[in-house]
Design a protein. Structure first.
Length: 150
């Protein structure tokens, strides 16, 4: 279950129409450590056309090789990509975590911007309370390790 502004979110229908994804916080209750991340709700996949689908193109020119397919992501069961979060989830279970949607995004670029905004504003690389150990694979917690005294 996800929480957004105090309400439970269990399906895409519980979110405003057109929501592309969200920035979230996963909190590990025993230590109060958090992970900040982003999650898309829908993925656009390229799927190869089968023989039957290609046959429908007979006489209409060269058939395409792929088609675009929308698929719902694993957002309902997602807790974060960090190895430590995954390990704790496996060892201790879902009931040790709280998942909260911080902000919704209606397009991909805005989602990435919002995630970075939260990561930098909350100073996740400089604070031991966050599992996050890098931002965009460019900025790393180890570079701030001598300043970590919170």
């Amino acid at each position: 279950m996800w929480l957004y502004k105090g309400k439970q979110i269990n399906s895409i229908e519980d979110l405003p129409e057109g929501t592309f994804g969200f920035v979230y916080r996963t909190r590990y209750i025993p230590t109060d450590q958090c992970y900040i991340g982003k999650k898309q709700l829908i993925y656009n996949l390229k799927k190869k056309l089968g023989k039957k689908e290609k046959a429908l193109w007979e006489g209409k020119g060269r058939p395409p090789v792929y088609k675009r397919v929308e698929k719902e992501s694993d957002w309902k069961t997602y807790y974060g990509s960090h190895a430590e979060v995954k390990k704790l989830l496996k060892e201790e279970g879902e009931d040790k975590f709280i998942r909260e949607i911080l902000e919704l995004a209606f397009e991909k670029k805005r989602l990435t911007y919002l995630e970075n905004k939260y990561l930098f504003t909350l100073e996740v690389l400089e604070d031991k309370r966050y599992f996050n150990d890098n931002i965009e694979g460019r900025y790393f917690k180890k570079d701030f390790i001598e300043n970590l005294d919170t």
